[in-house]
Structures are given as structure tokens and as C-alpha cells.
Design a protein around this ligand. Sequence first.
Ligand SMILES: [Mn+2]
Length: 442
Amino acid sequence: MNRRPLENLRLFKERRERVAEKLQGSVLVLTSPEESLRNGSVGHPFRQDSNLYYLTGFEEPESVFVFRPGTKPETILFVRRRNPERETWDGFRFGPELAQREFQVDAAFPIEEFSQRIAELLKGADRIYYRPYRNRKMDQLMETVLLEQKSSLGRTGLGLLPLYDSDEFLGDFRVIKSDLDLLNHRRACDLSVEAHVQTMKYVRPGMSEREIHGYFIYQIMKRGAAREGYNSIIASGPNACTLHYIFNDRELRNGDLLLVDAAGEFNYFTSDITRTYPVNGQFTDAQAEVYEGVLRVQKAVIESVKPGLPFAKLHELGAALLTDVMLELGLLTGRRDDLVAANKHRKYYPHGVGHFLGMDVHDQGLYVRNRKGEPREIQPGMVFTVEPGLYIPADDAEAAEHYRGIGVRIEDNILVTNAGYEVLTRECPKEIQDLGKIVGAQ
Ligand SMILES: [Mn+2]
């Protein structure tokens, strides 16, 4: 099928214009990731590199985008040639001619010509932005090109062109979302919220985690998601205490909590939502105590969000408040500040309070400090998660027995505004009363 650009090309043009201002004199080289093959010719579904997509909207594998603002041609795509036979098997390809027209770049060439053309395209550049170690074939090519370039300089004393990480460079642009970005990001959040609500209604004791997983995927795809934004975590009972639980194969038992950390991707933007609720809808007293503690912390951290606050303060606040909850539950004893300073809270809360969110679930960009070590402040247009959690291992002899095996995380997506913040996932229920009415209601 003909994969026209998914969005208005204006979006990609706007992004290129912003990037161009900071790229003068340099060349940016972005490559698609290697296609991972499994079982011979039938591979995993291909997803374009986020940065290549960010600047072009081009979704085919074996492609490279070269961007050199100020030098003609400024925008160059290298793409697969058209090939009727291969297209019968693998689907439509744009080929250079059509790609140039449809994606409005200055020039497009067959990917086979990359090695003979790249040296010329790098001429006069003072640095290259490129991310190595993502595509081995491209890395080898770039290495050869750089060495050739060096030797072409003769005995001038000039060294290799300096290589800068394109992830760090573009990550910084991706941290602040434009209005057009937000259109897509909101769609990802909305459809993920709806899928969570439908899943809550569907859940019953006796189902397997895998069935819940399948149902969630059905709900996001029904609403236009291209794929999951990341590997969903569907963790029942004590599995919730495994932070990156991936097996999703246990049977949900009456009395269990279920932790669902899942979201869909829309036009390369993803949401990231976690909800935890009892599979029978009714919290036990012990489950409710842990849950209310985490919910209180989550709300307090969200309420503190405002432009100008260092991002690191959110982490500190989350750790301090969760330690208070641990003290209330008798999981720890001592003074809060001493416990946090000694990292004692990490036994039950071993992760940070949130991360940037965007085209990748753990989005690029420097979160806490910049290169100079200065704290990063929260700015309007940022989107990040707030996701405190408490995980009490099933075999934890120090915890009271009724708390053992309880794992709770509550995660929402926050957009920073001039006035403070907007919770993009606010329609996803998290109050105990609301969950009691929705879970199993279908
Ligand atoms: Mn997250």
C-alpha cells in the first residue's frame, strides 16, 4: 500500500526550520534502524527511527536523511529503488523520484548511491551529527567516509571531522512540543485512556494476564493506534513487584491487584499510563492503605509542577513523600530525611518519579542536568510522566504480612503550561470509589 506522509507536511517543515537555525555549517545524518529478522524473512514490524521520522515523515526501512542547512541541496533522502518483484512481497516503495516529490526534499537518491555521494555532501562541514551503533552497515560506511575525508585533506594538519550525537542534539528539540505535536500526543493519550477504561470493565478473576494484554491491544488499535507505545506490563498479584514484568501469562485470582502499564502510539507519539486495581473491583484494607498512600503522593507531585521548578525537585519530592508513606505503613523506621539520604526508600521505590514522554516512551533530551551540570528547569510545552509506586516483595520478612506481595504504581502524563500543568490523561479513573464501580462492569 502507498504510505503517503501521515500528516500535513507542514509539521515536518516546521521542525526542520527550527533545527536548521542551530545546524548552520554542520551536517546531520539520520539512518533508519536495522530491520530485525526473525525466522528468516518474516521479521518484527518495522518502525522508523524517531528522529528520521521527526524531520521527514518518511517511514521506509533502508533510508537515510542528510540535512545541511545553508548548502544546496539542503535536504537529501536516500531510499530504496522501486522494485516490482520485491514490492509484491513487501509492499509499496516510493523510490527516489516519488519520495522527493511527496516528502518535499531537495534531492533523493537510491540508497546504493549513499557511499559514493556522502563524502561530497560532507564537504565544508565543520561537524557531523550522527548516532552510531544503531545500524552496523551504516556505521561501517560512515567510518570509511570519515577516514577518506581525512586523507583527502593531505598534510594540512586538519583532523577527523568531529562527530556529535544526533540523539542528544535532536532530543533537545523534541523536549518542547509544538501545537501540531500536541495534536498527535493528545490523540495518543485519549485513545490510551479509553483503552484502559474498557480494559477495567473487562477484567475478571480467572482471566489470564495474556488475555488482558490482547484485549488492551485490540482497544488501542480499534482507536487508530499503530502499535503499543512500549511493551505492555500486565502484572497481577506479586508480579506487580517486578518492575519490567514481561511474561504476562499468570492467571488473575480473586483478591489480586492488577497493574496495567500500557499505552498506544499515534503518529509516532505515545502515551504512558499505569493503573492498579483489584481484579474483583474491591480493595482489601491493606491494598487500600498502600494504594491511597501512592495516590496521595502522585497528586502532590503533580500539583507541584510549574514552569521554572528544577525537574530534579520532582524526584526529591516523590522520594520524600513516599518515604512518609513507608513510615506510616511501618515498612521503615527512623527519620524521613535520614532514610532518604541513605537511600533506604529504594528498597520499596527503586525508580524515579517520571521521565520525558514523546515519540519514544522514555523520550530523548537531558532530564535533570544539562552538559554544564546545571539543573534543568521545567518549561511550558514539556510532557512527562508522574508515576510514583510502592512495591513490597512477597518474601519481604520485614513488612507486615498483609502488605507482602502488594505492588502499586499510578502514572499519568503531564503537559506543562504557562500557568502550571494539564493532566493529559485525567479522564483515566484512579479514585478507589470510581474503580470499584468500573472494574468488571461490562
Ligand atoms: Mn513510565
